[in-house]
Structures are given as C-alpha cells and as structure tokens.
Ligand binder design. Sequence first.
Ligand SMILES: Cc1cc2nc3c(=O)[nH]c(=O)nc-3n(C[C@H](O)[C@H](O)[C@H](O)COP(=O)(O)OP(=O)(O)OC[C@H]3O[C@@H](n4cnc5c(N)ncnc54)[C@H](O)[C@@H]3O)c2cc1C
Length: 492
Amino acid sequence: MLSNSKKVLIIGSGIGGLSTGIILAKLGYDVRILEKNRRAGGLLRSYTRDGFECETGVHYLGSLAKGQILDTFFTYLGVKEGIPVSRMGTNGVIDRYLFNATESNPLKFDLPEGFDAFEANLHEGFPRDTKCIQSVVAHIRDTSKQLHNLDLLFGTDNDFSLLDQAEPYGEILDSLGCSPGLRSVLAMASSWIGVAVGDCPAYYHNMALASYLSSSWRLDISGAAMADVFAKRFQNLGGTIQTGSEIDKIIVQNRIVEGVELISGERVDADIVIGAIHPQMVLKMLPDGAVKPSYRHRIQKLQNTHSIFSVHASVDATVHPEKPYNIYNVDTDPAGNITDLKFYQIRKSGRQEKSLLSILTSGHDEKWTPWKESKSGRRGNEYNSLKRDCAEQLLEEAAGVLGNFSNLKLLDVATPLTLRDWMNSPDGSTYGVLRSTGQTLATALLNRTAVKGLYLAGQNVLAPGVIGTIMGSFSTVKLILGPENFIKNVSL
Ligand SMILES: Cc1cc2nc3c(=O)[nH]c(=O)nc-3n(C[C@H](O)[C@H](O)[C@H](O)COP(=O)(O)OP(=O)(O)OC[C@H]3O[C@@H](n4cnc5c(N)ncnc54)[C@H](O)[C@@H]3O)c2cc1C
C-alpha cells in the first residue's frame, strides 16, 4: 500500500468509476465517488419493470475462465466471489448470427467457444477462404495471448505493443481476398464496440473477438446486484459513494485541479479529480482558459459511437424457454458490411411461467430529434406512441425469427434520449468515443488531460465493454502512480 493522504474524487459510479475507486482505495488513497443518479452502477445497473429485472449494459461477459483477463481483474478487485456466472457455449454456441440473405452471405453462423472450434466453423462455412481464415485466426490467437498477459498494462517494450496492428480491419480482409460472406461474420466483432469493420483498427477487432472466444458468460445475478457488489467492495475498502450528486463544475486554478462544484452549489475539494464519464462532458465542466484551445478543439471534435434502442418484454416460458445463446439478426450489403442488426436474448425471469425477451438495435437518432430538448418522463404522447410503434415493429420482426410470442407483455422501451439523460452520454452514445482508425491519434491517451490532477476513466479512455472499461481504470491508475510505482504496487 502506498502511504499517502491524497484526496481523490471520482465523477460517476459506472464500472469505470467503481473499479478505479477500488484500485485507488486498495492503494491507500482517500476516495469519494459522486454520482448523479439515485443508485450507483451506471450502465451496470439493471432496473425493475412489473417485477422483471431488465438489463442495461451487461448482457454477457468475456474471459472469466481462470487466469483469463476478466477473471484476473475481478480477482484483484475482490469482487469475483460475489458475482456468480454461468458459462455459455457449452452446447457449442455462444452467438448465432442469422444473416438476412444477400447472394453472397451465409444464412447462419454459430460463434462457438474456443479458437479451434471457431476456425473449424469458419472453414466449414467458407471452404474457399482457407488462407484468409488461417491468417485472421492466427492474429486473433496472438491477440488473445497479449490480452490475457495484460501486455497493454505491463508490456515491457512499450504500453502499446498491441497497437502495432492499427490498420483498418476491413483493409486487411481486402488484402487477404476475403469473401463477402466471411467478411460479414468477422465484421460482427467490430460492431460490438460500435465501429464499422472498414474503420475498425485490427487490434480492437481482435481484442473484442478474442475476449468472447476465450470464454463467454452470463450473470446469474442481476446487473443491479453486480453493481452493488462493486459498490460494497469499494465502501469496505473505506471509499465513500454519494449518490444524487450531479457535478456541475470542475474547479481549476492556474491549470491545477482543486475540486468540484455540485449542481446544488456544494463545493468538494480534492487533490485528484477523475472524470469517469464522457470527455466531452468533462470539458463542459471546465472553466474557460483551463485548457488550451487545441485540447478543447480535439475533445469537442471527437466522433462518438451510435446510440441504441432497446425493448424488454415478458413472454410465455413454455413456448420460449431460456435460449443458452444470443441471436443476432443481421443485415449486410453485398460486400459483406453490416448495415443493421438486432440482438435478441431470451432468459429466465424471476417467474417460472415467464421468460424475459430483450432486443437491442441501433438508435436511429434522427427519429428522436424533435424531442432533443426534452427531459425523461416529459416528452409527451407523440414520443410515447413512436416509441411503442418502433417497439412493436421490432417485436414483429423478432417473432419472424424466434417464433410467435404468446402472452407477450411489453415491459419497457428505451430510446437514445433515455440513455443520454440517464448516463449523460452525448446524444445517447452507447460505447462513447468512436475507436475508428480515423480517430486513432485524437483518441490516444484520453485519460490524460491538460489540467494537473485531473484524469479521465471509464469506457472512453481505452475501450468500451466491461473488460475495456476496467482496463482503462488500471491505465488511469498507472498514469496517476507513474509506471514504476504502478508495477511495484499493483500486482495482477
Ligand atoms: C445497451 C448496452 C449494452 C451493453 N452490453 C454489454 C455487454 O453485454 N457486455 C459488456 O462487456 N459491455 C456491454 N456494454 C458496454 C458497457 O456497459 C459499458 O462499456 C460500461 O458499462 C461503461 O461504464 P462507464 O463507467 O464508462 O460508464 P457509465 O456506466 O455510463 O457510468 C457513468 C456514470 O457517471 C454518472 N454521471 C454522468 N455525469 C455525471 C455528473 N455530472 N455528475 C455525477 N455523475 C455523473 C452517470 O450517471 C453514470 O452512473 C453495453 C452498453 C450498452 C449501452
């Protein structure tokens, strides 16, 4: 433990804020998290509708088998025992991709657990792509080793050895002569982080795919219970969480951070402030002149990932029992690029006779623009009926794929504006900053700011998803401690 009495204040209690808080509290820092919502957890936190627990930002997790990256993280953070999970893919399928046919597409592809099984399924589906498959799978295997070895945090050459593979994945596939059908299967992994395959840096694609191929898991508890495990662990280490406390301003004098001011006007002093929220939101909290115009410009210009539209409904469990795998219903263009997709999950609910159907798809922001200035719960009838129409259309399409639903009851519908207002994410962006090849430089080192003592954490600093966000937390702590102190004090 480092002996210091530095006061740290973290803005936001998502998994980014909570995991950064746990690491720093373990290291002996005095940490306080301020959260605008009534409960801690951010996107981790599920919510209850009509007695059913609806998930928000955790539908499945990768790499929780012993010694894999998320297992290592959860063990270090001290939350592993409190988060029971079930392994997916034991019947051979983690995800089933159903492609809406174009001439060049397969109709179905099953993503299995394990690299050998994945390679075998690819060869079976695309017998003419032998060379391309060998090459892409070899890279994914390499990335997997680097991922589980934590090279990004402890790499000896430099922190960015993984980042050698910065080429757009789509260009790599083109150079390998990949068929459109194979491209559409491989393109799924970049869509998980909200980037089109043509613009996705190869290492992001490979990391995302490797993390789920290594092993995939579903929570046996709700997202809210997982959030509580993180929050309790942080509090047991001496950290404090203050909910219902929206931060309005970051106080800066002579480019040194001094603390924050809440919407209520309350001032909280701190030696270190960490914004575990979107960098554009942090920027809005800074006084004029706190950062150079070039930094302000860079952050303001960052492009973000698309938003999301989600539907939760209860269905008859005898007709639709839990499916042990996820289903993606995918539209592609003739070149094999994904143009739209719907994610379906059918899980047990708390009630024996009912299953919970969850659908996620892209948000189509333009539909919701008329209500851009409105607040949650006050958007009016027209908005509510558009929401309902969109949900019903999605449910009808889902019935075409999954079979008719008997006794379906719509539980909840969330639009991009819901996510925007709940998380304070710009325009409801799902995964924050777009990790495209066009933004590689602009998104590098996002946890470092131009203000002394002010850092960023959360999904925006390194990568989205539970693994990417926690990795970002470690990298922010590394920045605060300095690489030598980090290696000396943080052993994973
Ligand atoms: C629909 C959806 C499905 C997903 N599915 C998966 C999945 O299956 N597996 C996976 O690994 N990842 C998934 N993800 C991604 C994952 O949930 C996120 O990458 C991760 O939870 C982000 O955590 P975070 O801490 O960066 O942000 P958040 O969870 O957004 O936390 C930010 C917190 O800051 C608070 N806040 C914002 N502004 C202020 C302020 N001014 N003052 C105080 N508090 C503030 C917010 O209220 C929030 O609690 C999904 C995401 C979405 C949206």
